[in-house]
Design a protein around this ligand. Structure first.
Ligand code: ARG
Length: 577
C-alpha cells in the first residue's frame, strides 16, 4: 500500500481550495466544499469546480466575479492545460495529455494501481450475512452476504483493518421449542441430508403445537430455562444445531468465496445484557411499561424500543447495544457497519440513538437494501423470499455453461466448467452489486447472464478480450518490450480511456465513502465501454511501432484495473471465456 501516487482529482481539489483561500484570506471558507468533481460533459473540461456559486452566498458577491478572481490568482499546476470560467461561475479544468500519461505510467508501476492508503490501519467492523440458526438464509441474507463482502474488500483495499463479523442469530426463545421438537420428532436421516430444512421443520411443527397445547408450551419453556441455566445436555443440543446450520452455510460461503474473521453470534453477548440494563437505568434512559422495560424514543420520532420483556427476557435491541459496547471496548473501531435489508431500519435507528445517549461515539452505519424480486418460476421459491441458494448457484453455473459452450466450443470440458463457475457465480453477485441497493429490482436470468449489457459476463468477457490482445501482441512482437516506449495519447478515444483509467482510485474511494459497491460496478462498466470504443476505432496491432507499444501498455493497465476492480466486487476474471 502506498501514498506515492497523487491522485489527479485530489491534487486539483487541493489546488482549488488553496487558490480560493488565497483569493479571500479574510474569510473563513472551511465549511464550504472547494474541491472539484468530474465534468459531466466533455465540453466542460475534465474536472469542474463549483465553489464560486457556493462562495457567492458567503461573500455576498456575484459568482462570476468570484470565478474571475480565482482565474486571476491561479497558478496552473503541471497537469493542467487550461482553465475557463463558464455559465454562472463554473471553473472548467482541462488536463494536459502528458499529465494523464504520467498518471498511467505511475499506476502501471504500482501494484495497488494508485489506491490511496486512506484507512491507514484504522479498524472497521463489518457485520454482515448474519443469518439465523435453524432457519434457511433468505434472500436478504444473501444480499447482505454479497454486498457486505464487497464492502469488506473495498475497505481493505484502502488500507483499513477490516473485521468481518458474522453476527449469527443463535439465541432466543425458539431454542426451547427446537430442543423439545428435536427430542420428540427429529428425522435423523433428514438431518444428515438437509439439516437446516429439517431444523426449520422441527421448529415450525413445535411452534404450531405450542399454540394450542399448554403442556407442550410449558415443556418447551422448561427446556429453554434449562438451556439458559447451562444444562449440559441442552447446551450440547444447542451447539449441535449451530454446527449443523453452519456446516450448511459454510458450503455457500465457500462457493461465494466469502470468509469471516469472527463468528460472534447473539449468544456471545448473553452475559453482558444485565449490565446494559443497569447502564440504561443509571442514565435514566429506560422506564417501566406494563411490566416491561422500554426506551421511549417518541420525542425523537423513533417510537419505543423494548429492552427487557415482562417475562424478564432481553431482546434484539438489548443484544445489539451490548454488541456495540463490547466491540468498541475490544477493537476501538472507527466505524461499525451493519448490512441488512430495509425492514430493519427502525431497529438500527433506535439502538444507534440509544448508544449515542450512552456516550458511545463510535460511528455506526446501517447499510440497507431492498429485497430483490424473484419472478415466479425463476427458481424454486418458498414463502416468497426463501430460496434455495444452492439451487440458485447450481442453476447459474448450468446456464453459464451453455453460454461458454457456445462461445468456446474448442475449450476442454473441465476448463469450460471452471469458466462457467466463475461466470455463473459472478452473474449472481453482480446482479446484487450493480444496482443502487435501495431500489427495487427484479432478477432475471436474461439480464444476469447477458453478454452485451451491464452484467458480470460482459465485464469478464471484456477482460478476456483485453488479455487476448496482450497475448497476440506478445506472439507477434516477441522481441519488443513495450515498457521501453512512453505512453502518448493522440486519439480521442484513447484519451477518454486514459482519463477513465486515472479515475479508478476515486471510484473505490466513493464506493467506500457512500458504502455503495454499485459505484464500483458503474465505473467498471463505463471503463469497459471506453475500452471497447478505443479498441474499435484506434488501430492497434497494425499501428506503427511507438503508438502500438503505447497502446499495449494502456491495454495492460485496462486489464489490471478491470481485474482488480472486479475482485473488489468478489468477481473472478478467467483469462479465456
Ligand atoms: N440475524 C439478523 C436477521 O436475520 C440479522 C443481524 C444483523 N446484525 C445485527 N447486529 N443486528 O435478521
Amino acid at each position: 500500500m502506498n501514498n506515492k501516487i497523487t491522485l489527479i482529482e485530489k491534487q486539483l481539489s487541493d489546488w482549488c481550495s488553496e487558490t480560493f483561500t488565497a483569493c479571500f484570506p479574510e474569510t473563513d471558507l472551511s465549511s464550504i466544499h472547494l474541491g472539484v468533481i468530474e465534468s459531466k460533459k466533455e465540453q466542460f473540461g475534465d474536472y469542474q469546480c463549483e465553489a464560486a456559486m457556493k462562495l457567492a452566498k458567503a461573500l455576498q458577491n456575484n459568482p462570476r466575479a468570484i470565478g474571475q478572481a480565482f482565474i486571476d490568482k491561479a497558478v496552473l499546476p503541471d497537469v493542467v492545460e487550461k482553465i475557463e470560467i463558464a455559465g454562472p461561475g463554473f471553473i472548467n479544468i482541462f488536463l494536459k495529455n502528458e499529465g494523464l500519461s504520467a498518471q498511467l505510467d505511475a499506476m502501471l508501476g504500482d501494484d495497488t494501481l494508485g489506491l490511496p492508503n486512506i484507512g491507514n490501519g484504522q479498524t472497521v467492523i463489518i457485520d454482515y450475512s448474519s443469518p439465523n440458526v435453524a432457519k434457511p438464509m433468505h434472500i436478504g441474507h444473501i444480499r447482505s452476504t454479497v454486498i457486505g463482502n464487497s464492502l469488506d474488500r473495498l475497505y481493505r483495499a484502502l488500507g483499513y483493518n477490516v473485521i468481518a463479523d458474522n453476527h449469527l442469530g443463535d439465541w432466543g426463545t425458539q431454542f426451547g421449542l427446537i430442543i423439545l421438537g428435536y427430542r420428540e420428532f427429529a428425522d435423523q436421516e433428514a438431518l444428515k441430508t438437509a439439516p437446516v430444512e429439517e431444523l426449520e421443520r422441527i421448529y415450525v411443527e413445535s411452534y404450531n403445537r405450542s399454540k394450542d397445547d399448554d403442556t407442550w408450551r410449558d415443556r418447551a419453556k422448561a427446556e429453554l430455562v434449562k438451556l439458559q441455566q447451562g444444562d449440559a445436555e441442552n447446551r450440547a443440543l444447542w451447539e449441535k444445531f449451530i454446527e449443523l446450520t453452519l456446516s450448511e452455510f459454510n458450503k455457500i460461503y465457500k462457493r461465494l468465496d466469502v470468509s469471516f474473521d469472527l463468528y460472534r453470534g447473539e449468544s456471545y453477548y448473553n452475559d453482558d445484557l444485565a449490565s446494559v440494563i443497569d447502564r440504561l437505568q443509571a442514565e435514566k434512559l429506560c422506564e417501566e411499561s406494563e411490566g416491561a422495560l422500554i426506551c421511549n424514543l417518541e420525542d425523537d420520532n423513533l417510537n419505543v424500543a423494548i429492552v427487557r420483556k415482562s417475562d424478564g427476557g432481553y431482546n434484539y435491541t438489548t443484544t445489539d447495544i451490548a454488541t456495540v459496547a463490547s466491540r468498541t471496548e475490544e477493537f476501538q473501531p472507527s466505524e461499525i457497519i451493519y448490512v441488512t435489508d430495509e425492514r430493519q431500519q427502525l431497529h438500527f435507528k433506535q439502538f444507534f440513538h440509544i448508544c449515542k445517549k450512552l456516550g458511545i461515539d463510535t460511528k455506526l452505519t446501517h447499510v440497507w437494501f431492498g429485497l430483490m424480486r424473484l419472478p415466479e418460476a425463476t427458481f424454486s421459491t418458498r414463502e416468497g423470499n426463501v430460496i434455495k441458494l444452492e439451487a440458485l448457484l447450481d442453476e447459474a453455473e448450468k446456464r453459464a455453461l451453455e453460454v461458454v459452450k457456445a462461445s468456446s466450443p474448442d475449450m476442454d470440458e473441465a476448463q469450460q466448467r471452471e469458466v462457467a463457475r466463475a461466470i455463473g457465480i459472478g452473474a449472481i453477485k453482480y446482479t446484487d452489486l450493480s444496482q443502487n441497493p435501495q431500489s427495487l429490482v427484479t432478477f432475471t436470468w436474461e439480464k444476469a447472464l447477458a453478454m452485451d449489457g451491464n452484467s458480470a459476463p460482459y465485464l469478464q468477457y471484456a477482460y478476456a478480450r483485453i488479455a487476448s490482445v496482450r497475448d497476440k501482441y506478445a506472439a507477434q512482437f516477441p522481441d519488443t518490450n513495450p515498457e521501453d516506449f512512453p505512453i502518448i495519447l493522440t486519439e480521442e478515444q484513447e484519451r477518454r480511456l486514459a482519463l477513465k483509467l486515472t479515475r479508478f482510485a476515486s471510484a473505490v474511494e466513493a464506493a467506500v465513502r457512500l458504502h455503495r459497491p454499485s459505484i464500483m460496478a458503474d465505473y467498471l462498466y463505463d471503463l469497459s465501454q471506453a475500452y471497447s470504443s478505443f479498441y474499435q476505432n484506434v488501430p492497434f496491432l497494425k499501428a506503427d511501432e511507438g503508438p502500438r507499444e503505447s497502446r499495449i501498455r494502456i491495454c495492460a493497465l485496462a486489464a489490471a484495473v478491470l481485474k482488480n476492480g472486479l475482485s473488489l466486487l468478489g468477481i473472478e476474471t478467467p483469462e479465456r471465456i
